[in-house]
Write a protein that binds this ligand. Structure first.
Ligand SMILES: *Cc1c(COP(=O)(O)O)cnc(C)c1O
Length: 463
């Protein structure tokens, strides 16, 4: 399996290289040159299988000879053994045909664990075989960083530096990043918002001297291996509702477009997904784009669903690449316009291609809070604010004849203040992490300045 850049100017790579590289050297994102299709019988046979077995079948065609079959099965097994639910991604019924896919039973209580735990295992296996060491740098609006630190803490081939927007992540998210004591993981509080964090990470990747000097690797959702790991639960949930004989739709609380793009890959692999509904909060650049207003940046407004407070959605570039018929030159042109003019219009043909797959919706802060309260009263299910954005929109978009599956992206206890304000109920942490508030914190605060961040990283690696 070969991987190509969405901007068409970087070398083609195999799976291992694409995973260890993250961002392509032309600034683009790696995508598979061809998307493998699974036959009807292969998909039908997944019904009733263990999550790990479905994961193997779905991901195997993408990894080429990076891992042997038994080795890959063992990596998958280790990735998910620490989850707090035997089903890994259990599906709950909310009403006659609206379902909630609970993706928050991993060690940091958000769906990011599905990809990050597996990536940790795959990096360790690939790097120890190569006898190499890398420096992982990532930006986070809260959940990626905690998942990455949890997945990589204590691994000897990896140093991890996570940039998060100072004061804009929840206390649980911050503590999950700042309390691990292993010396190879570092939480960095940046004076800026998430888009600043993400931009500085991109700057580091584009600073080739620094990039090569420290052996930079990325595990943000731009990393193809992360998208791949997220394809699995689209299959596991859809087959439990009757796919491939029956169509389903998904609603996905969306920020960087990684999770919903994994749904696009599942659909392209032959899973009968009717619609992928992109759910946004008031930071609605994707909703505006998918309703025909073009892709133009606004200001990021902090919300009660902070992991979706994003105005530049990195993985949307992958969706554009396919909507523009894999024309890397066209995508590169759009990205140039985005950085010079703050946005771009989507061509009519590409817009129609996007609308064939994706639908979208936006909710206000008030609607999000009301949804948390309303769904708790109706079903007993306490939703985190991100999941509430999704459920509200999923209910609105649901069709009588097609089951709607909304992705519950985080556990309510990760956002206790917003959940308690909305519902009057304090969501307790699962017992296995009840001492989070007692552990000492360790973090470094830095200015929104590339040189300062790079110096800090170089200094930490040297010691
Ligand atoms: C990361 C995250 C999202 C957004 O996912 P993307 O893949 O960036 O679109 C939504 N909800 C929660 C809780 C998250 O952590």
């Amino acid at each position: 399996m070969r991987y190509v850049s969405t901007r068409g100017q970087a070398p083609e790579l195999n799976f291992e290289e694409a995973m260890l590289t993250g961002l392509a050297r032309d600034g683009g994102l790696y995508v598979p040159a061809e998307i493998p299709v699974l036959g009807h019988d292969t998909i039908a046979a997944m019904a009733g299988q263990r999550y790990e077995d479905i994961a193997y079948t779905v991901m195997r065609p993408f990894i080429g000879d990076t891992f042997g079959d038994d080795e890959f099965r063992a990596l998958i097994a280790r990735a998910y053994e620490g989850f707090g639910h035997a089903a890994r991604a259990p599906l709950k019924q909310l009403n006659e045909n609206h379902f909630l896919l609970e993706l928050f039973h991993g060690p940091t209580l958000a769906f990011k664990d599905f990809a990050m735990q597996l990536i940790g295992q795959m990096f360790q296996a690939a790097l120890s075989r190569r006898g190499e060491r890398v420096t992982i740098v990532g930006a986070t609006s809260g959940d990626t960083g905690s998942a990455a630190i949890e997945a990589f803490r204590g691994l000897d081939a990896v140093d991890v530096f996570i940039l998060f927007p100072h004061g804009r992540v929840s206390e649980v998210q911050r503590r999950q990043m700042t309390t691990p004591s292993e010396s190879n993981v570092h939480a960095i509080a940046l004076d800026g918002d998430f888009d600043d964090c993400q931009a500085r990470v991109k700057d580091m990747f584009n600073d080739f001297e620094f990039r090569d000097g420290v052996g930079l690797a990325g595990v943000n959702s731009i990393n193809w291996a992360r998208v791949l790991a997220q394809v699995v639960y689209y299959f596991s949930s859809a087959v439990s509702l009757g796919a491939p004989a029956r169509e389903v739709s998904f609603t996905v609380p969306t920020g960087n477009f990684g999770d919903v793009f994994a749904g696009y890959i599942a659909r392209s692999m032959g899973l009968p997904i009717k619609r992928l509904v992109v759910a946004t909060n008031q930071n609605d650049i994707l909703h505006r784009c998918l309703t025909g207003e073009g892709y133009f940046k606004g200001d990021t407004i902090p919300s009660i669903s902070p992991s979706m407070d994003i105005q530049v959605s990195s993985n949307f570039e992958r969706a554009l690449f396919f909507a523009y018929d894999r024309d890397g030159g066209a995508v590169a042109q759009l990205m140039t316009e985005l950085s010079s003019d703050g946005g771009f219009s989507v061509s009519q043909g590409a817009f129609e291609a996007l609308r064939e797959v994706y639908d979208s919706g936006r909710v206000s802060e008030g609607e999000t809070s009301a949804a948390i309260d309303q769904w708790r009263k109706a079903t007993g299910e306490l939703l985190c604010p991100h999941s509430a954005v999704g459920v509200h929109i999923g209910e609105d978009k649901r069709e009588a004849s097609v089951p709607m599956i909304t992705l519950a992206t985080a556990h309510p206890a990760k956002f206790p203040a917003a959940v308690e304000d909305a519902s009057g109920v304090h969501p307790p942490l699962p017992p296995r992490m009840a001492d989070l508030y007692d552990r000492p914190e360790r973090l470094t605060r830095v200015a929104n300045d590339l040189g300062a961040i790079e110096d800090f990283i170089k200094g930490q690696i040297a010691t």
